[in-house]
Design a protein around this ligand. Structure first.
Ligand code: LLP
Length: 429
């Protein structure tokens, strides 16, 4: 099995030690399940490794991966800060009583109203993306008599070789300001001249679903070299270096396993030697994982509605959800492990395409997966859906979003209730 929290008992798929078919019966489908113990363990891996290997470090949860009150509560209890990319995520975090001083506000195109809201909330840090935002944060902070802490988003010029849509660190990126073109230096100069901004350091993010720490070594080298160069040129030594998120998770058996604690140890050694090489003090290091915190703590359950065999062409299993709750195959052709939860001990026979319920041919969850003979009423499980599923879900075809049910040992509870038809029409005037 992909992870230790998925097992098979009496022919049925178990998740976090619980019978998935029973959970599907209890809560209905489609259903997002989250394994609370796994989620907490994933947080602790980062918290403990960062504490062990770095003099000063802040692990942040990149909440774009999954943003709901309960997740913010758990992440805060586990001692992580959070990165938000919108006032909406910030609002949910605030509702969960997330400590505002541990919030980092990202985003490459922040509306002024959202900047204002974040300053009013008293968030810890802005991650300032561009000169226009710099001016806006300075003005708004001034109006609120605040000296706003901020770090600057830089573009290190690294291509992590993951899927293009999730790669963000290349020079031509829409995120941040490029080091290679000299613009980052100008950006820093401007930031240092702002009365209402305390420049605390730099941020970069190279990509997502990354399995190779060498990407982070290259990034750290470029960042530390920039720290050294700016100290020499402008007399400014950055106290924070934020390396972004990005460690990959196993969606299928062929994906490698990443030992995050060990990778962080290696990254820390790399940064230490870069600091020695350039003779700069070890900064406070931040990482901001999203996927590797929530992905493997999640699973989605569906009910099979129909099976279509088109002889010599294709076989479909049609489910009661699809791109509305998981658009990642439609968008990125992302791989997933798919199983029939009530036939989990049976061998796969034919290959099937998992078709969603939306009126769109591209609405698929996966193609060509081997399954034991499926029938209407079977429970279909898609593994590793905790990241970028709920947070990217939509109401296309006016399909209500599934609930998120947390499984915690013997306990299970609704963290986000199922959307209702009333919810769908609630904003219509
Ligand atoms: N920090 C920044 C600035 C980011 O842009 C991201 C992700 C993260 C941290 C977290 O990265 P992670 O640890 O989750 O890889 N929707 C895509 C993923 C987009 C990632 C965007 N940025 C997907 O479904 O694969």
């Amino acid at each position: 099995m992909l992870y230790e929290n998925t097992t098979v008992k009496n022919g049925r798929l178990q998740f976090a030690g619980r019978d998935t078919v029973k959970l599907a019966e209890k809560y209905g489908t489609p259903l997002y399940l989250m394994d609370e113990a796994k989620l907490r363990a994933n947080c602790r891996t980062y918290v403990n490794a960062m504490a062990e290997h770095f003099e000063k470090a802040i692990p942040l949860y990149a909440s774009k991966a999954l943003s709901c009150k309960r997740i913010y509560e758990i992440v805060a209890e586990e001692g992580m800060g959070a990165d938000v990319v919108s006032a909406g995520e910030l609002y949910i975090a605030k509702k969960a009583n997330f400590p505002m001083e541990k919030i980092f506000f990202h985003g490459n195109s922040k509306p002024e109203s959202e900047i204002e809201y974040a300053v009013e909330c008293g968030i810890g840090y802005f991650v300032i993306d561009n000169p226009e935002e710099l001016d806006a944060v300075n003005d708004i902070a001034g109006r609120h008599s605040v000296k706003q802490k901020a770090i600057l988003r830089l573009t290190p010029g690294i291509d992590p070789h993951t899927f293009a849509a999730v790669s963000t660190g290349k020079v031509d990126s829409k995120f941040g300001v490029a080091i290679a073109t000299g613009q980052a230096e100008e950006f820093l100069k401007a930031a240092l001249s702002k009365e209402n901004i305390e420049v605390c350091g730099y941020h970069a993010h190279v990509g997502s679903q990354v399995f190779e720490s060498t990407v982070f070594y290259d990034e750290a080298d470029i960042m530390i070299e920039f720290v050294a160069r700016m100290r020499e040129k402008l007399g400014y030594t950055a106290g924070i270096v934020n390396l972004g998120g990005g460690y990959g998770v196993r969606y299928t058996e062929s994906d490698p396993h990443v030992d995050i604690a060990d990778e962080l140890r290696k990254v820390s050694e790399h940064i230490k030697s870069a600091c020695e090489k350039y003779d700069v003090p070890m900064p406070c290091v931040i990482v901001e994982p999203g996927r590797s915190i929530v992905a493997n703590a999640g699973m989605t359950l569906y009910t099979v509605q129909a099976v279509k065999n088109i002889p010599e062409y294709k076989n479909y299993v049609l489910i009661d959800g699809g791109m509305t709750d998981n658009p990642r195959y439609a968008l990125y052709r992302s791989s997933y492990t798919v199983m029939l939860a009530n036939k989990a001990d049976k061998a796969g026979e034919l290959e099937y395409t998992i078709g969603g319920r939306c009126c769109e041919s591209g609405d698929m969850i996966q193609e060509n997966v081997k399954l034991p003979t499926p029938e209407k009423g079977d429970t279909l499980a898609v593994l590793t859906t905790g990241a970028y599923n709920y947070s990217m879900s939509s109401n296309y075809n006016a399909v209500p979003r599934p609930p998120i049910v947390m499984v915690d040992g013997e306990n299970d509870y609704v963290a986000v209730r199922r959307e209702t038809f009333e919810d769908l029409a609630a904003r219509d005037m």
